[in-house]
Design a protein around this ligand. Sequence first.
Ligand code: TRP
Ligand code: ZN
Length: 877
Amino acid sequence: MKDGQPSAIYLKDYQVPAFLIDKTELTFDLDESVTIVTSRLHMRRNPESKFRTSPLILDGGEDVKLIALAMDDYQLPPEEYRIQNHQIIITATADQFILTCETLIEPQNNTRLEGLYRSSSMFCTQCEAEGFRHITYYLDRPDVMSVFTTTIMADADKYPVLLSNGNEISRELNEDGKTVAVWHDPFPKPAYLFALVAGNLEVLEDTFVTQSNRTVELKIFTESHNIDKVDYSMDALKRSMKWDEEKYGREYDLDIFMIVAVDDFNMGAMENKGLNVFNSSCLLASPKTTTDDGYQRVEAVVAHEYFHNWSGNRVTCRDWFQLSLKEGFTVFRDQQFSSDMNSPVVKRIEDVSFLKTAQFAEDAGPMSHPVRPASFIEISNFYTLTIYEKGAEIVRMIHTLLGEALFRKGSDLYFDRHDGHAVTCDDFVQAMQDASGIDLSQFKRWYSQAGTPRLTVTGDYDKSAKTYKLTVSQMTPTTSNQPTKLPLFMPIRVGLLDTKGQALTVELDGESKTNHVLTLSKSEQVFEFFNVDEAPIPSLLRGFSAPVKLSYDYTVEQLAVLMSSDEDGFNRWSAAQELAVRELNALITQAKRNEPLSIESQLLVGFKHLLSDESLDKSMVSLILNLPSQAYLSEISDEVDPQAIKQARTYLKQLIAKALEQEFADCYERNNIALDYLPNAEQISQRQLKNVALSYWNESGSIAAKKAVLSQYHSADNMTDQFSALSIAVNTDHDDSTSMLEQFYDQWSHEALVVNKWLMLRAAQETEHGLEQIKALMSHNAFDLKNPNKVRAVLGGLGNSVSTFHDESGSGYAFLADQIIVLNKRNPQLASRLCTPLTRWRKMKPALSVLMQQQLERILMEELSKDVFEVVSKSLA
Ligand code: TRP
Ligand code: ZN
């Protein structure tokens, strides 16, 4: 970092705003060279502020040029205000006034994709978290809520569609051939929820009748070549609207709800009031171009953004430290929705697997932070798995502790009490406590304490007394800036099984049942069960009832019983994972010592059974058959050796594949049935199992399997089957993989989202000349440094490739660092996210660790954005 270092801001310094903005009137004169923004802010001093004479300070950005500034129509001369650190400071103001501000911006040169920018042929905005200040000067903080009226002027031919929040109240043609459209949003909102879109777009229209019988117009906009891919999103939107009414009693409030697909977008999607803006990758879907995973992502993101209308927009965040107030709760809501739409167990396994792989890694690394952070340098860096996924786990624990009915009472109270306000995580928990009467004061520590708690459990059976004692102790390892940790309050769902796997009905606290929720609050606690007829196998943390790392010293036989018989589907999967992890860890140790790999796998019996029992849920079987990922095995390693992990996984997969070759072949054939494509749970699980079976069968080396891969690739009528076959071929050096890759590109070169999948697959390919391949991809026609999806495809792919990224010369790390340095200037948010793999340097084996560290140090020498500076400097600290 060359210049002065950016400084942190702290939650403890929070002050209510000195001024309020009751009304915001914006006028945009859009143009390809310069765009003029005029704002009229109806301001007054905040009666709740104790600073009665403080100056007015408005946030701006280096890319906003001030043209004129007036107070109540009096043009302020330069000596009556100053601009410092991109802020306008006006010392003397009345208690109430209208501030008029004219600014010039250049959306066409905005490569940060924050504020107003261009993506392909349209203008669009992204204002969360602090993007609005790149449009005009403003009190850009979420506790300043204002009623917006937006006038958009743009060339009538090029931009027939002009959109903003709320309702369109007028539209006319002016004398310059521009359309002038005026939008008004009656709901006060923070500036981060402002949105504007202008373009030549097609629309899919529909309607939704709310529970109180109001008809809402629904419109989804895309560029014309994509309008055939939004039917599924529309369907998902209507299901989300209905679900939120039924599950939470939440009805949509405006008369119109719009979604726009944008190609260049830093994140997944954005919940702007009445006008959601989506990364096209999270909105477009068609059987031929979108995989089953893609469909499920679209469904979840459409729901997530829609649900924000209540959890985020009607009730918003007081400050950005409270981000998880809206994100954690909304992720929990979208998880519940997907669970209701598909299979609850499968959804839970997928979510937990993701949490344990990625969020646990984040929480053990240098960017570890509490769900409500105490400080940050750049808020964009805090749209993290901790805020989103761990935040959702916290809400889920409240749900488990309160039960469905009291949780609903709590959410009703929360929405009712805080409607139209900007509030805190404490307010959320308080509403849950007040509605339920359950004391959640200790529970609140989950918001302020970072790190993943470790639970150690031991069991003690007393045969004569027929009692079973579970001793549970908890400990949270130290994280950056938090040396001491306190015990947390959490629900632990447990059941006891006999040695044959039958559920035991046992008594705890006077209640006899097969499934109990223990509440842990101390560092060590003993729970005593009565009427336990035999020495039990405990099924612990059912449904992953708390986001912790649990250890219990199971025997292999006990894990096998849990895997085949536990009434909790999640724990059946969990036991299988534990078995696989043990074997993989043994193999990893052998690989690290350069010993020949060998193991007698205990998984074979269970897997054989899974493959032959046709009554089982096919998704569950697939999830169990999938070996723990490279990323998960890295997360649980004390010292990561990527090559050893890769070797161990390949060895075990081949061993299983060879031993059960016939079973995999049969399973494949049984499930390889032509169907009219539908993205429903039943079909998805069938394709999932079929493709897992094909992947193993192919790994056995069978010629028939290789033929099946090729034939599925060519005959597939949907992207799930086509891309599965392609990935299997590419990842196992199938003789035809090169021609398949070429054919695939030729077939799909006109479909950007499919091309991105191709880019990622090729970038992640384990080949000898991986880096040359990456460089070739980045100069390929299909690549575009402006488009975050493409950058993530190639550089994310690079990060996943063991041989290229972790090459012992350090060339993979250096290449990524080069790209981060380039992107740091163009798109700081994107650059900062690309740093993640390097930030894990401390856990790598020494030979790689030092190479990663060197690259981080090299990046730190550059003139850095706040985004990259924060991540890199914290990683090295
Ligand atoms: N609030 C968005 C969500 O639903 C997140 C988001 C979208 C975002 N775009 C962003 C956050 C840009 C920061 C910057 O999760
Ligand atoms: Zn969100």
